[in-house]
Design a protein around this ligand. Structure first.
Ligand SMILES: Cc1ncc(COP(=O)(O)O)c(C=O)c1O
Length: 485
């Protein structure tokens, strides 16, 4: 088999051959094996000619190199366990057992899980809240520099850019601050696999829709979920490495621990086909996405109550470098409608299912695969709903972030004996678990932190508005470390 052949095509050709599968998977590629039978045809294991993800030398190495060329990193790895396994491997490579790291507090839970697994001591950067939309702002490079001077033992910095809501930070500036001090920068760009795709030798080959990504801005390790913003199957992701700061042998070891020993060829073929699609059609599809976005924004200009998140609407900079056009924050802040209500109306009356609902906004994820009719339906629905919303008479108070101080490392608290107590009895206790409003999945309280009264009040408020808080049982109990008298 030629390594130039697309993985999907090679698998399809193989499925048409008379080779009989005396090997896993159990469906045996049989067309009689149910509704997914079409995919079973190309779902194989590491048979002759199809390489091995854990030591790629043939068709999988070539597919990863193709992805690598598109993004312009030094090395790129396919991930079949989502960005989650890339984040785990990246953080644990950059910081060894008991080391200290600096992370933005709004990092995904996989960063926290890596800290538990590696017994890390964690220092936080707390992004400022964007008052206009009740979402986290960007990461300020100078503040990262200041924190690294204050905590010089930190081995690495981890930031999320873009955030779930599309906030893009100045990665180049953050990389400069980290590298000046000899630290590794990990950028969780899970939501930004569409950013900075290189093509035809130009840095921003995909045109204006595809701004520069973290790979070309100096980050040492970058994680991309292909499945979040690009046409690729769920669980598909990439890990990119740049430069000489990262121990690549160690990274490979961690990847082979966190990746399945039976990586799915269906998922890998989907990644390969996504990369090829971007190479061939990315430029025109991104350009048309930008056009749809601009038409959508124009229509939204006449709304009276609903506001669409845009940089030009902000009263301050909030450390934003940019705002991703694929993340449409639809704000009902200051009106008589809650985010959950808006999302229910969009679902029930307009059959539009949104990505998530928070207290004062809902989030739509739009990608290059959304056609005009999708944008149009969203715009029409919002215009109609806007006419039914009124301004709230009294403005709600601004909610600043609540800090709970760590009294133990996350790993110590995680491994300690724990008991369940009601939220009302939990003040000043040490949390044994994460307490995380979901979405967006950013922990309010992490294991080892002493729970403040104010944090408990905020958790209750979340629950009262009908939003789901992970780590709190339906009766309102949480896990705390048992106190030893
Ligand atoms: C910022 C961020 N990083 C990492 C992840 C994990 O990605 P995956 O679901 O691909 O494992 C998520 C998932 O929502 C995320 O939002």
């Amino acid at each position: 088999m030629s390594v130039e052949e697309s993985l999907y095509r090679a698998l399809s050709a193989y499925s048409e051959s008379d080779f009989y599968p005396c090997h896993m998977p159990g469906h045996k590629r049989s067309p009689l094996s149910g509704g997914m039978a079409h995919y079973y045809k190309i779902d194989i294991t590491e048979i002759q000619g199809f390489d091995n993800l854990h030591q790629a030398e043939g068709i999988l190495l070539e597919a990863q190199r193709r992805a690598n060329r598109l993004y312009g990193a030094d090395e790129t790895f396919f991930l079949v366990n989502g960005s989650t396994c890339g984040v785990l491997a990246a953080v644990m490579t950059a910081a060894g057992p008991g080391d200290e790291i600096l992370i933005a507090r709004n990092c995904h839970k996989s960063v926290y899980h890596a800290a538990i697994l590696q017994g890390l001591r964690v220092r936080y950067y707390q992004p400022e809240m964007i008052r206009e939309y009740d979402i986290c702002g960007g990461v300020c490079p100078e503040e990262i520099g200041r924190l690294l001077d204050q905590f010089p033992e930190c081995k690495a910095v981890v930031v999320t850019s873009p955030t779930y809501e599309g906030i893009i930070s100045d990665v180049e500036g953050i990389a400069a601050e980290a590298h000046q001090r000899g630290k590794i920068l990990i950028v969780d760009e899970a939501h930004g696999a569409h950013l900075g795709i290189c093509s035809a030798g130009t840095e921003d080959g995909m045109g204006v829709a595809s701004k520069r990504g973290a790979v070309s801005q100096g980050a040492d390790l970058v994680i991309h979920s292909l499945h979040k913003t690009l046409p690729s199957m769920t669980q598909t992701a990439l890990l990119h490495v740049n430069g000489g700061r990262v121990d690549r042998a160690k990274l490979r070891k961690y990847l082979s621990m966190f990746q399945s020993s039976s990586p799915s060829y269906v998922l890998m073929a989907s990644m390969d086909s996504c990369i090829r699609f971007l190479e061939d059609h990315g430029r025109e599809w991104f350009a048309s996405m930008r056009r749809h976005y601009e038409i959508f924004c124009k229509k939204m200009e006449n709304l009276q109550q609903i506001r669409i998140g845009k940089m030009t609407e902000l009263s301050e900079n909030y450390a934003l470098k940019d705002w991703d056009i694929g993340k449409i924050v639809i704000s009902v802040k200051g009106t008589n409608m809650m985010g959950k209500e808006l999302s229910d109306i969009l679902r029930e009356n307009y059959h539009l299912e949104l990505e998530m609902a928070a207290e004062t906004y809902v989030l739509a994820i739009m990608t290059l695969m959304d056609e005009e009719k999708g944008w149009q339906r969203l715009a029409d629905a919002l215009i109609e709903i806007d006419g039914r919303i009124e301004k709230k008479q009294t403005q709600s108070a601004i909610k600043n972030a609540v800090f709970c101080k760590a009294k133990q490392t996350m790993a110590e608290a995680f491994h300690s004996p724990w008991e369940e107590v009601f939220l009302k009895d939990a003040s000043s206790r040490i949390s044994a678990d994460f307490i995380t409003p979901y979405p967006p999945g950013i922990p309010f309280v992490a294991p080892g932190e002493q729970i403040k009264e104010e944090a408990l009040r905020r958790i209750e408020e979340y629950r009262e508005t009908g939003l789901f808080v992970q780590g709190v049982s339906p009766e309102g109990r949480i896990r705390v470390v048992v106190e030893i008298p």
